[in-house]
Design a protein around this ligand. Structure first.
Ligand code: FE2
Ligand code: FE2
Length: 226
């Protein structure tokens, strides 16, 4: 089984969960919360980072998509005759071990030089998007009703777009950072390969998001690009 799945359940077991309305609504509630956290985080990033041109456009579409996804899962829970929970006020901190830890991680990231901070932010988004994509893919294969599959497929299609633009942007930033360092050192583009390894970045992202990115990267090497 793919080690990057957010919920390490076998498909048969997960199919049982999905057939049980209360359990299914709980799972959908987690997705809904994750999507909403994406809306809040992208709102903040769009304000803080002031990305331009195409990147701004892609991030704005992404922001709108996550709002729609959150609504898709809200409606789905209601259709299962369950009540969606109110959103927590500090939804980004909700996923950290504690609000203090989240504040401390944010502070650490904010102290980094802007180029490294940008890389880490996009590596974090990439990790979260990849988790969501993999999880939705498993979920899709466990749904009995065609209408449900079509609806989740429409979410997955938009997640594909998120992954592709975030991965492009991440690669572009890493290349730029390597070139900057190479020109400073007069040759030898070794920024992320020796001085700061991809594993170092993964370590920081994992501490920041609580997601085991290093583990995900192992699986990533065997994956085909979308
Ligand atoms: Fe989404
Ligand atoms: Fe997404």
């Amino acid at each position: 089984m793919d080690q990057t799945n957010a919920m390490p359940l076998d498909r048969e077991g997960f199919r049982e969960v999905v057939r049980h309305p209360t359990a299914h609504a709980l799972v959908l509630g987690n997705y809904r919360l994750g999507e909403y956290a994406g809306v809040v985080a992208l709102d903040r990033l769009l304000g803080e980072m002031r990305p331009e041109g195409k990147l701004h456009q892609a991030m704005s579409i992404h922001h709108k998509d996550e709002g729609r996804h959150s609504q898709v899962f809200t409606d789905w829970i209601v259709r299962l005759d369950r009540t969606p929970q109110p959103f927590p006020t500090n939804v980004e901190g909700f996923f950290a071990n504690s609000p203090e830890e989240f504040a401390e991680q944010r502070r650490l990231v904010e102290q980094l030089p802007p180029d490294l901070r940008r890389i880490i932010v996009f590596a974090g988004i990439n990790a979260i998007e990849r988790l969501a994509y993999n999880q939705f893919d498993v979920h899709l294969s466990c749904l009995d009703r065609k209408e449900d599959r079509d609806m989740l497929q429409s979410v997955i299609d938009e997640e594909k777009f998120h992954l592709s633009y975030v991965e492009n942007e991440l690669e572009r930033q890493m290349n730029e950072a390597e070139q900057r360092l190479a020109s400073k050192q007069g040759g030898g583009a070794r920024f992320l390969k020796e001085e700061v390894t991809a594993e170092d970045v993964a370590e920081i992202v994992s501490r920041w998001t609580g997601i085991p990115v290093a583990k995900m990267m192992e699986g990533e090497r065997e994956r085909l690009t979308l």
